[in-house]
Design a protein around this ligand. Structure first.
Ligand code: AMO
Length: 426
């Protein structure tokens, strides 16, 4: 690393001085005698003006030196009057898509096919930077609340969430799966630390090709013990999301401005509505009959609309899901419902969670009521023999949160290298 290297973001304080920059040729323009090079480094972009010499093609890595001067016409109000350029690594051929244009109307498959270079676009990199800061805000808040970060296996012997969307793996000749969720493990770890979280990918062999499902996504998992009810889970979730948004608003000013993102108003409390009431509400207020046990996407959108219209909130908790719509470990209530809940953000589910069953006998009862064989859940059940506190938690889909926050329509663009039913490369 060159010790004398300046970053683009520092240039305003270096007016009139000689600097050396390193970065990429974002674009170049030849106006007869004068040539313009936009140099991109990790901190920004600056215009460099050359009076002689040839400029290398886009995406070449270069070192440029010259004097920083004020310029009304240059983006950012300053430019570098270049005195020289050396090649660090020349691009072998022009990039397959135009990075500076970042034309989002280009066929998404094309952008994703060339992701190794399309990620260099300012908007593409800004989106993933915001995601990185959301995760940093997540860790920061939970660490402050005495949560311990855990690391659980992604190669597992059984599914955690049920359903058919498991990827099977040949594990030394034995059948294994890619983890759908760290669910059991985070609960086990509550027995160790009381409060835990994990940031890790999970795997879902989703059969539907949608704009909100990936086959591999980043799950932000939280679990905590010694709670009174699902209200504690909601309180933590609300405070955590508000802290994450506040962190991003500080850490990503430039990125948010570039993406023209509007942050949610975090001064309002997240409204809460029981699932059955939500179903009635969308039918009566908006004339929509939600199909299935859960809310369908249109019903989610309408509940989100209601929360916005009535409370000015982009977030809304949908609570008390029926047992039939939740896994066996959800804490049941006598009315056939559970203390399971979802959080919607801008009309889309971004988290699922709630209070869990913590008593061995109650778990056996639930399995029996669902005609499930306790033998098949032996691995899950063991820890509940050994004193588990009342506990609950949730998991946030990091890409969904990022996409909804930034107005990205297709979740694939909220992950660097998305995996879906038709994509395994790059
Ligand atoms: P669930 O299966 O609802 O719950 O997942 C939690 C959150 O993860 C996100 N999500 C997805 N994101 C992208 N692609 C997918 N295919 C996908 N599937 C889910 C959503 C969803 O809200 N163990 C429970 C969590 C818990 O109870 O703590 C679970 O995994 O944002």
């Amino acid at each position: 690393m060159s010790t004398s290297r300046s970053l683009v973001r520092d240039l305003p304080s270096l007016l009139g001085q000689s600097v050396t920059l390193q970065g990429w040729v974002h674009s170049r323009r030849d106006l007869g005698g004068i040539k313009f090079l936009l140099l991109r480094d990790r901190s920004g972009i600056v215009q460099c003006v050359f009076e002689q010499g040839e400029l290398p093609i886009g995406e070449s890595c270069v070192q440029v030196w010259g004097v920083v001067v004020v310029s009304d016409k240059a983006p950012g109000g300053l430019e570098v009057r270049a005195e020289g350029l050396s090649l660090i690594a020349e691009a072998v051929e022009p990039a397959p898509i135009e990075i500076p244009k970042e034309a989002w109307h280009t066929n998404p498959d094309t952008i994703l096919e060339y992701r190794y270079v399309s990620l260099r676009g300012l908007k593409a990199r800004a989106a993933l930077k915001v995601q990185a800061e959301l995760v940093r805000g997540f860790r920061k808040y939970l660490n402050e609340q005495e949560f311990t970060e855990i690391f659980t296996p992604k190669l597992v012997a059984a599914g955690a969430e049920g359903g058919a969307n498991l990827f099977e793996v040949d594990y030394y000749g034995q059948r294994a799966f890619l983890a759908q969720s760290p669910q059991l493990y985070k609960q086990i770890m509550v027995g160790v630390y009381e409060r835990v979280f994990e940031v890790a990918p999970v795997y879902r062999a989703e059969l539907h090709h949608t704009s909100r499902h990936l086959s591999e996504y980043l799950s932000l998992d939280v679990e905590l013990g010694f709670i009174d009810s699902d209200a504690d889970v909601m309180a933590l979730q609300e405070a955590l999301l508000k802290a994450m948004v506040a962190h991003v608003s500080q850490a990503c000013r430039d990125e948010l401005a570039l993406l023209e993102a509007t942050l949610p108003d975090t001064t309002v409390a997240f409204p809460r509505i029981p699932l059955l009431v939500a179903r009635e509400l969308v039918a009566e207020r908006y004339g929509h009959q939600s199909g299935g046990k859960d809310l369908d996407p249109e019903a989610e959108r309408l509940v989100g609309r209601w929360a916005k219209e009535e409370f000015g909130s982009d977030f809304v908790f949908v609570t008390n899901y029926p047992q039939a719509a939740r896994p066996f470990y959800a804490y049941p209530t006598p009315d056939g419902l559970t203390r399971g809940l979802d959080l919607l953000f801008r009309g889309v589910e971004i988290t699922s969670g709630g209070q869990r069953i913590h008593e061995y006998a109650m778990l056996l009862e639930q399995l029996k009521a669902r005609q499930l064989e306790p033998e098949a859940f032996k691995g899950y059940l063991e820890v509940f023999k050994y004193g588990m506190p009342p506990h609950g938690g949730f998991a946030i889909g990091a890409e969904r949160l990022t996409a909804l926050l930034l107005g990205i329509q297709n979740i694939r663009f909220a992950r660097a290298f998305p995996r879906d039913g038709s994509r395994l490369q790059p």
